[in-house]
Design a protein around this ligand. Structure first.
Ligand code: GLN
Length: 489
């Protein structure tokens, strides 16, 4: 078997047993990228020959007895996380060529665990979007059908894992940016609890919502990556001072879900959802039941407000966070006579349309005359959304729902309709507003052969419950196994 086809768990096992070297694994990844990247465009930057040198070092370390958990494993990193020695553009012209002087904590921990960063992946500009079409460097194509989007904003990472370029990748999730592309690309994606992983080195979008998430082909693979990067970091004031979660899922066992109470929220099965998505998600919920889970209908009554609340709070925070990109401190600078002219021209020329729209929305929502009516009100409703979850989690352990109302849509389909794009996020935004963890896992295919995702949400810091349930599901189903045709038929 070509090493690029191996799952993370299997590749690590073979390397531990001396049946596979990191050089062979990294070489196979690079060859696969060379063959298919022109059709997919998952990467904005590739590490090149240094990745092979690192692979040789990993092999030498292993021979010397080093047993680091991810030793020699190639990974990809969304281009909103800094990696020393690689550019960080956030998919924006305003950071073109910017070389960050430090590595994000989440990435650093993966490197300390032995992982090798093969490259930086494409993203909607500053992670604002649901399709990767807002990248200033061109769209990423969905490996299942290259005329479709991979989802977003972590579309490059999701596509890279789906295309078997890398066994795992990091992304960020502010309103669904790990779960929705995972769903569109048929891979598994975890959004941890807010505060579970360090945001240090993650370029801030909505600081009260942002979290670093992981992609892999299965829950077992994601668990290995998450275990290596989560945990307290004094460099991020919002990171929780808890022991890092260590979650090892045994691939051989046949886990059950006896006694696990799964809530099915009636507000997540609404008109407008693609019938095949609803059907697959409902069938998977039955599968959870057949594994021993107890199903209950539950209600999250403020769900309908999540979209307007998110699209006030996220742009408000973004408008403040993006103020630092002024042409002076980072990236390229437009030349002009006065300081203010430099700011205006750099921002005017280098930010894309969606980013400007968000900055204007956010600035408006925060402005003196409208603060109470918009931002203040949104904060109050956010508290109600959070309370909905707290109440439901008194009754059930997990919540099961669709990830997105549709499967991957065509490139350009929502081109001139930002609202239609925002609607893609209805089922993923609430978890960010409430700060709870969520996972997206493959649960079926539509009649065009496009993957469908099931979302599980859990109590704060209960990532282990999510990963175990997802693992149990994947031990009895095989929706996570098919390999996309990469548009080659
Ligand atoms: N699609 C949402 C947005 O555009 C979420 C993006 C994200 O999670 N980064 O804001």
């Amino acid at each position: 078997m070509n090493p690029s086809e191996l799952s993370l768990t299997e590749a690590l096992r073979q390397m531990q047993k001396g049946e596979l070297s990191s050089r062979e694994l990294v070489q196979a990844s690079l060859e696969r990228i060379a063959a298919y990247e022109p059709q997919i465009h998952a990467f904005l930057h590739l590490a090149g020959p240094s990745a092979l040198e690192q692979a040789d070092q990993a092999d030498a370390r292993r021979r010397a007895g080093d047993a680091s958990p991810l030793l020699g494993l190639p990974i990809a990193v969304k281009d909103v996380l800094t990696v020393e020695g690689m550019p960080c553009t956030c998919g924006s012209k305003i950071l073109e060529g910017y070389l960050p002087p430090f590595t994000a904590t989440a990435v650093k921990r993966l490197q300390q665990a032995g992982a090798i960063v093969l490259g930086k992946t494409n993203t909607d500009e500053f992670a604002m979007g649901s399709s990767t079409e807002n990248s200033a460097y061109g769209v990423t194509h969905n490996p299942w059908d290259t005329s479709r989007v991979p989802g977003g904003s972590s579309g490059g990472s999701a596509a890279a894992v789906a295309a078997r370029f890398v066994p795992a990748a990091l992304g960020s999730d502010t309103g669904g940016s790990v779960r929705q592309p995972a769903s569109f690309c048929g891979v598994t994606g975890l959004k941890p609890t807010y505060g579970r992983a360090s945001r240090y080195g993650l370029v801030a979008y909505g600081s009260s919502l942002d979290v670093v998430g992981a992609f892999g082909r299965s829950a077992a693979d994601v668990a290995a990556v998450f275990s290596a990067y989560n945990g307290y970091d004094p460099l991020d004031a919002s990171s929780q001072n808890l022991a890092a979660a260590q979650i090892a899922l045994q691939t051989e066992s046949k886990p059950r879900l006896d006694g696990v109470k799964v809530g099915v929220p009636r507000e997540y099965f609404i008109a407008g959802i693609q019938p095949e998505v609803e059907k697959a998600v409902r069938a998977s919920i039955q599968t959870l039941q057949s594994l021993g889970a107890e199903l209950r209908e539950v209600s999250l009554p403020h769900t309908e407000f999540a979209l307007p609340v998110y699209y006030l709070i996220a742009p408000a925070e973004a408008s403040a966070n993006l103020a630092r990109f002024d042409g002076i401190r980072y990236g390229p600078r437009a030349e002009a006579e006065s300081m203010w002219e430099v700011f205006y021209r750099t921002r005017g020329e280098k930010f894309g349309e969606e980013v400007k729209r968000r900055i204007m929305l956010g600035t408006y929502a925060l402005s003196a005359g409208y603060y109470d009516a918009y931002y203040g009100q949104a904060q109050k409703v956010r508290a109600l959304i959070r309370r909905d979850f707290e109440q439901v989690f008194e009754e059930v352990d997990l919540i099961a729902s669709p990830v997105a109302p549709t499967t991957a849509f065509g490139i350009g389909a929502h081109g001139d309709d930002p609202l239609a794009m925002y609607l893609e996020d209805v089922f993923t935004l609430p978890a960010n507003l409430a700060g709870v963890p969520g996972i997206s896992l493959p649960c079926g295919f539509d009649s065009d052969g496009l993957p469908i995702g099931l979302q599980l949400m859990g109590r704060r810091f209960a990532e282990a419950d999510l990963l175990r349930a997802a693992h149990a599901f994947q031990q009895t189903t095989d929706f996570h196994l098919p390999v996309p045709g990469l548009g080659l038929g």
